[in-house]
Design a binder for this molecule. Structure first.
Ligand code: CS2
Ligand code: MN
Length: 369
């Protein structure tokens, strides 16, 4: 497992690379060009700037999250072809600087959705919270105002240019069914995957968050069955998935451990985080510790260990603790704690594995004496 840490770029993140460097075992940053609108080709000089900045701290830039997909591609509009051409050029440029994995998502209009970015927990920390009944009653505009009106940070997936078109987008998606979205995803992958494969880049789709339809918009990457279907759209080592335990884990119908076993060849990138589910469909993002939430993080890390996972992993969102002022979900402290929890489980399992090997060797030697 190669540990990485999401970083939003110089001047765009409350967390410094100097501090990330002090988290044990982090080898690289997960990055993006957050100021380039979806659909545009990424400028090489900006890509190289990130690479140079990361290199100063000895970090690699192997994983990009995300190269966002223009809504015209998801809508299947004739204009999609020009955006797909731009995407191909971006993939080629990223490969040229050594990028190995591109995480992306195929959610219409919104990326992840929460109703409260700073919900107070009983220990005084705050965390991202999803209140199901509220979303069902809410006008999407209200949600957008809540999430994107943050003077300090732009939120990933809630880029202003996308949201300024909200009314138009909702109108445009009215006629788009789940099947249409699948077809549009296939069209995109048929164009992009051969380019990625040629350059040894893995395209790793991020599941929908939460994994159910919201505001009447279609959503398709929500379960093991949908990942199976995604992988069958085009057979290629480059057609892969970002297995996000937090997104998929928002419903108990998803068995993350089984998914890790089933899709083991197809997970270049793992997001590991916990959340607590409530019976009414609400959930809150807790600490990574298994006991604190509903997702079996211990079992998940063990499953990665058992498949000899050599891909990239990052803690996903964290709570806001120790009075840290940070982008919601993306502070330094709780994600650092999450990493140490993951390492704790991982290192123990490695030790056990070595002990078993030693025991076996010894008993073989004893038998031959
Ligand atoms: C992430 C997603 O911050 C988050 O919630 O897990 O925004 C993720 O980066 C995108 O869906 C990937 O395209
Ligand atoms: Mn995730």
């Amino acid at each position: 497992m190669k540990m990485v840490f999401r970083w939003f770029g110089k001047g765009n993140d409350s967390v410094s690379l100097k501090h990330v460097k002090q988290i044990p075992g982090v080898e690289g940053i997960v990055w993006s060009l957050h100021d380039v609108p979806a659909g545009e080709e990424w400028p090489l000089d900006k890509i190289v700037d990130v690479k140079n900045e990361a290199s100063k701290y000895g970090f690699h830039i192997d994983v990009v999250e995300s190269v966002n997909i223009h809504d015209d591609i998801k809508l299947g509009l004739p204009t999609r072809d020009k955006y797909i051409e731009n995407y191909k050029k971006t993939v080629e440029k990223l490969a040229s600087v050594g990028v190995k994995v591109i995480c992306y998502n195929f959610m219409p209009v919104f990326d992840w959705t929460r109703t409260d970015l700073f919900k107070e927990m009983s220990d005084g920390s705050t965390a991202l919270f999803y209140e199901k009944a509220k979303v069902e009653k809410m006008d999407p505009k209200e949600l957008v105002e809540k999430i994107s009106n943050n003077p300090d940070f732009t939120m990933p997936g809630w880029e202003p240019e996308r949201l300024s078109q909200l009314k138009y987008l909702f109108e445009a998606y009215k006629e788009v069914t789940n099947e249409d979205l699948w077809n549009n995803l296939q069209y995109f992958l048929k164009e992009i995957i051969p380019v990625a494969e040629r350059h040894d880049v893995k395209m790793a789709i991020h599941p929908d968050d939460p994994p159910w339809p919201i505001f009447g918009l279609p959503r398709i990457i929500t379960s093991a069955a949908s990942i199976r279907r995604l992988l069958s759209l085009i057979e290629s080592p480059s057609n892969c998935v970002t297995l996000c335990s937090g997104s998929l884990g928002a419903t108990e119908d998803n068995n993350l451990i089984e998914m890790i076993k089933e899709f083991k060849e197809k997970i270049p990138f793992a997001h590991i985080r916990n959340l607590k589910r409530y019976e009414n469909g609400d959930f809150i993002e807790t600490s990574h510790r298994t006991e604190d939430g509903s997702v079996d993080i211990t079992g998940i890390v063990k499953a990665y260990h058992d498949i000899n996972y050599t891909g990239y992993a990052r803690p996903d969102h964290g709570r806001h603790i120790f009075d840290e002022e940070c982008r919601p979900g993306y502070g330094l402290y709780d994600r650092a704690l999450g990493i140490m929890y993951i390492w704790g489980i991982w290192d123990f399992l490695k030790r056990e594995e070595q002990n078993t090997l030693l025991l076996n060797e010894n008993s073989l030697q004893n038998q031959s004496i």
